[in-house]
Design a protein around this ligand. Structure first.
Ligand code: FAD
Length: 320
C-alpha cells in the first residue's frame, strides 16, 4: 500500500490535535508514516500509533529548536527520499506552510495550501480548498512530483485507528543553509488558558457591537463556559479593544472551528474570509438586515448584552 507522510506538530512530545486530524485524512490515501522532529519526538509515537501511524520517523537533533525552519525541511526531504510517499500532509500553521512550501521547492513538487478536505482520486490525492472568501470550493490535484498539501485545523475528525507505530530513527545530514539562521531567544506569550485560536473547536468572536475593551468580558465569559477561543473583528482590534493576535479575517487569522459565534459583527467580506469555513455559524446582531445573517446556520436578532450572558448562563446550567 502507498505511504503518506504526516508532519507532526508537537510540543515536547505532546501531539497537537491538527496532526491527529491529518492522520484521519492520510488513512484515506494509504499507510500514514509520521515524521516527528525535535525534543520529545520519540514520546509522540504512542498517540500517533493509536491514530493510525504505521511508522514514526523520529529525530531529536537540537538543530530543530536552535535554527529556523530549514532543518525541518531537510528532515522531511530525507523522509520523502526514504519513503517515496504519495503525499506529504502538513498542518496549515504559519510554520507548517513555510515548511511545506520550502519542501515542495526542494523536491520539485506541486503544493496545495489550506485544504479543507483530502481524499483519494484516480490520479492521486484530491484536495478541496475554499477560495475567494469561501465564494467557491475548488478541488485540485498535484500533477508534478509528490503531492504536498497543507490542511487547515478542524478539517477532519480525530479517529482512533490503532496501528503498529514502529519507531525508526530518521538520519538527517544538515546543510550549511540549514544552520544559517540561529534562534537567539524565545519569549513565550502570556497564556490565557484558552485554546489556540486557529485550532479551537469553538470560537466566540466580538466586533464593534461589543463597544469597548471592558465589554469583551461578556464574550470571554461565554468562551470560557464553552472552552472556546476568543476572536475579534478588525473594527474591535483597530479600536484597541482586543489584541491583533485574536483578529479573524483576511488580515487576521483564518479559523475553521466546529462552531463559530459572531457577536456584534456585521459580516464584512474581509471578516468572512477568515471564518466562513466554520462548520456551524451562529450570529447575534441587533440589526436583522446585517449581512452576517446571510451565511449563518442560526441567527439571533437581539442585543448581545442580553443574549450572550443568557447563553453563558444556559451553558453553565447545562454543564451542571
Ligand atoms: P461593523 O461593521 O461596524 O458591525 C458592527 C455590528 O454590530 C453591526 O452589524 C451592528 O448591528 C452590530 N451591533 C451593534 N451593537 C450591537 C449590540 N449591542 N448587540 C448586537 N449587535 C450589535 N475585518 C475583519 O474583521 N477582519 C479582517 O481581517 C479584515 N481585514 C480587512 C482588510 C482590508 C484590506 C479591508 C479594507 C478591511 C478589512 N476588514 C477586516 C474590515 C472589514 O471591512 C469591516 O470593516 C470589519 O470587519 C467590521 O467589523 P465589525 O463587523 O465588528 O463592525
Amino acid at each position: 500500500m502507498a505511504e503518506v507522510l504526516v508532519y507532526v506538530d508537537h510540543v515536547d512530545g505532546a501531539v497537537r490535535k491538527p496532526t491527529l486530524e491529518l492522520l484521519t485524512l492520510a488513512r484515506r490515501l494509504g499507510d500514514p508514516v509520521a515524521v516527528a522532529l525535535g525534543a520529545g519526538a520519540g514520546a509522540t509515537a504512542g498517540v500517533l500509533a493509536e491514530h493510525g501511524a504505521v511508522k514514526v520517523l523520529t529525530d531529536e537533533a537540537a538543530e530543530y529548536a536552535d535554527y529556523l525552519v530549514v532543518p525541518k525541511v531537510e528532515a522531511l526531504q530525507a523522509a520523502v527520499a526514504a519513503v517515496s510517499p504519495v503525499a506529504v500532509l502538513v498542518p496549515s500553521s504559519a510554520e507548517g506552510k513555510e515548511v511545506a512550501a520550502r519542501l515542495a521547492l526542494r523536491i520539485t513538487s506541486g503544493i496545495i495550501t489550506d485544504a479543507i478536505d483530502v481524499e483519494a482520486g484516480e490520479s492521486g490525492p484530491v484536495a478541496t480548498q475554499s477560495v475567494f472568501a469561501a465564494s467557491f470550493t475548488t478541488r485540485s490535484i498535484v500533477t508534478t512530483g509528490v503531492a504536498v498539501i497543507t490542511v487547515k485545523p478542524n478539517s477532519a475528525p480525530v479517529e482512533a485507528a490503532p496501528a503498529a507505530g514502529t519507531v525508526e530513527a530518521l538520519t538527517v545530514t544538515f546543510s550549511a543553509q540549514a544552520t544559517g539562521t540561529k534562534v537567539t531567544g524565545r519569549t513565550p506569550r502570556e497564556s490565557t488558558g484558552r485554546p489556540e485560536l486557529t485550532e479551537a473547536a469553538i470560537v466566540v468572536s466580538g466586533g464593534r457591537g461589543v463597544n469597548g475593551a471592558e465589554n469583551f468580558a461578556v464574550i470571554e465569559a461565554l468562551a470560557d463556559s464553552l472552552g472556546a477561543a476568543v476572536g475579534a473583528s478588525r473594527a474591535a482590534v483597530d479600536a484597541g479593544w482586543y489584541p491583533h493576535s485574536n483578529q479573524v479575517g483576511q488580515t487576521g487569522k483564518s479559523v475553521s472551528p466546529q462552531l463559530y459565534i459572531a457577536s456584534g459583527i456585521s459580516g464584512a467580506i474581509q471578516h468572512r474570509a477568515g471564518m466562513q469555513t466554520s462548520k456551524t455559524i451562529v450570529a447575534i446582531n441587533k440589526d436583522a438586515e446585517a449581512p452576517i445573517f446571510d451565511l449563518v446556520d442560526y441567527g439571533v436578532v437581539g442585543d448581545l448584552f442580553d443574549v450572550v450572558p443568557a447563553l453563558t448562563a444556559e451553558v453553565s446550567t447545562r454543564k451542571g
